[in-house]
Design a protein around this ligand. Structure first.
Ligand code: T4K
Length: 399
C-alpha cells in the first residue's frame, strides 16, 4: 500500500492502491456473531418469524421511549413508510418536496398516486427553506414533504410557520436522522410524522427497515391498519393496505443496533473530527457539516468540491479515490428531477433547481462508519491532499 507523494504513486498513473481492500460508503455496523447467533436462536426457539412478533413489539416500545414519541411504527424500509404516510392522508393532489434527495423520496409520492412538485434547496444547508418552498408552491399542493439530510435537519420552526401560512400539513423524510438532537430532544416528533431508515448503510440498521414516528394517535391507528393486509391494534377504516411488515430477524438486529447506537454515533463523531483535521486546509475541497441540529449522528461525511480551485472535478476525484479502493459516493446524483421518470414527465423542473443541480455536481461522500478506522482517514486524507497538489498531472491519466 502506497503513501502518495507524486503522480506516479496514484493507481490511475500505475501506482499501488492506498487501501488493500475496498472501503465502501455506509455505516455497516454489524453486531458480534455471538449476539447475532443468540438472537436468531431465540427466534428459532419461538418458531415465529414475522407479523407483529414480540421482538417487533419490544423494538417499537424502546424506540418510543428513546425518541420520546407516542408511536414508532416499524416498517420494512423507509420508502414503504413514506408511501404509507402519503397514502394515509391524501387520495389525490400534489406534494411539494425538494429535488435534492434520494430518488425513493419522490418515488414514494408517485407510488402513493400523488404528483411531486419539486423545489430547490439552500446552498449551504442543503435543506428546504420558506423561500425555496415559496418559489415552487403552486395550486393543488396538499402537503409539504421536508427532507432532513446527513444527520442534520431543516429549520422546523420556519417550515412549520410556512406550512401554517399555506394551510397545508408537513411530514418529514428523516431517513438520515435517527439519533440527531435539537436542544436535547431527538428527531421524531416533528410535523405529522417523521420516517427513518434502518437500511444497513444507516447508523441504526436492521439490514433493511425503517420506522414511522408520530405523536398523532389517529394517524398511528391508520398506519398500523395499513401495514399489512388485515391490520393491527385499534381497528379503523383505511384507504388501502400493503405489506410493510418488519420481520423478527430485522427487529432483532435493530434492537442490537439500538443498544449500540450511542457507541456508533460516538465513533462516527471521532472519525468526522479526524477527517476534518486531515482535510481542513485543502483549497477547493470543503467539509459540509450537518446543520440545524445541536448533536448529529454524523452518519454521512459530505465534502464539496470547487473544481475551479481544486483543478479536479468531483467526478475526477471520485474516480481517483475509487482506483485507490476508496468508494466515495455522489449522493445525490442525478437530482431527482433529472431521474426517470421525472425528467420526461415533468421537464419544467429541468431549469428551475439551480442549487440542486450545483450540489449534485459538487458533493462527494467519503466512507464513515464501522468499517472505517482513523488509519483509513489518514490515508484518505493523504490521497485527497496529494491529488489536489498533483491535479494537473493526474488529469492526463483520467482521459
Ligand atoms: N430518503 C432518503 C433521503 C434516503 O437517503 C433514503 C435512502 C430513503 C429515503 C429510503 O430509505 P430506504 O427505503 O432505503 O430505507 C443507499 C441505500 O440503499 C439507501 O438506504 C440510502 N438512502 C441511499 C442514499 O443509499 P446505495 O444503492 O447507494 O447503497 P448500497 O446498497 O450500494 O450500499 C453502499 C455501499 O455499501 C456499496 O459500496 C456496497 C456497500 N455495502 C452495502 C451493504 C448494504 C456493503 O458492503 N455491505 C452491505 O451489507 O443506496
Amino acid at each position: 500500500m502506497s503513501e502518495k507523494k507524486g503522480v506516479g504513486d496514484f493507481v490511475v498513473a500505475g501506482g499501488t492502491p492506498a487501501l488493500a481492500e475496498i472501503l465502501p460508503v455506509g455505516q455497516l455496523y454489524f453486531p458480534s456473531w455471538d449476539r447475532y447467533e443468540a438472537a436468531m436462536r431465540d427466534i428459532f426457539d419461538r418458531r415465529y418469524y414475522t407479523n407483529h412478533g414480540p421482538l417487533l413489539e419490544r423494538l417499537e416500545a424502546r424506540l418510543e421511549e428513546r425518541f420520546s414519541v407516542r408511536h414508532a411504527i416499524c416498517v420494512t424500509n423507509a420508502t414503504v413508510g413514506l408511501i404509507m404516510v402519503a397514502k394515509a392522508f391524501f387520495r389525490d393532489g400534489k406534494i411539494l418536496l425538494p429535488g435534492f434527495t434520494f430518488v425513493g423520496t419522490a418515488q414514494s409520492v408517485s407510488i402513493a398516486g400523488l404528483e411531486p412538485v419539486f423545489c430547490d434547496v439552500d446552498a449551504s444547508t442543503h435543506h428546504i427553506t420558506p423561500d425555496t418552498l415559496e418559489a415552487a408552491f403552486e395550486g393543488g399542493v396538499r402537503a409539504l414533504l421536508g427532507v432532513n439530510l446527513w444527520g442534520g435537519a431543516v429549520d422546523f420552526g420556519a417550515i412549520d410557520a410556512y406550512a401554517r401560512s399555506k394551510n397545508v400539513p408537513v411530514f418529514y423524510d428523516s431517513a438520515h436522522g435517527i439519533g440527531s438532537q435539537i436542544g436535547g430532544k431527538s428527531l421524531g416528533g416533528n410535523g405529522l410524522a417523521e420516517v427513518f431508515s434502518f437500511h444497513a448503510t444507516k447508523v441504526l440498521g436492521s439490514t433493511e427497515g425503517g420506522c414511522i414516528c408520530t405523536n398523532d394517535d389517529d394517524l398511528a391507528a391508520l398506519l398500523r391498519n395499513m401495514r399489512c393486509g388485515y391490520g393491527m391494534g385499534r381497528i379503523v377504516e383505511v384507504p388501502v393496505t400493503t405489506n410493510g411488515r418488519m420481520s423478527e430477524a430485522q427487529a432483532a438486529i435493530a434492537l442490537m443496533s439500538l443498544d449500540d447506537l450511542d457507541e456508533h454515533i460516538a465513533r462516527n463523531q471521532r472519525l468526522a473530527t479526524a477527517y476534518e483535521e486531515e482535510l481542513g486546509d485543502i483549497p477547493g475541497f470543503s467539509v459540509c457539516k450537518p446543520t440545524g441540529v445541536d448533536s448529529t449522528n454524523r452518519q454521512y461525511f459530505v465534502c464539496e468540491i470547487d473544481d475551479r480551485v481544486l483543478k479536479l472535478t468531483r467526478d475526477e476525484m471520485a474516480k481517483i479515490l475509487k482506483a485507490e479502493n476508496i468508494y466515495a459516493r455522489r449522493y445525490f446524483f442525478p437530482g431527482v428531477h433529472r431521474s426517470v421518470p421525472y425528467r420526461s414527465e415533468f421537464p419544467q423542473y429541468l431549469d428551475r433547481l439551480p442549487t440542486t443541480d450545483a450540489l449534485c455536481s459538487k458533493l462527494l461522500q467519503l466512507p464513515i462508519g464501522a468499517l472505517v478506522t482513523e488509519e483509513h482517514v489518514r490515508k484518505i486524507g493523504n490521497v485527497v491532499r496529494e491529488a489536489s497538489r498533483n491535479a494537473e498531472g493526474l488529469r492526463k491519466h483520467l482521459r
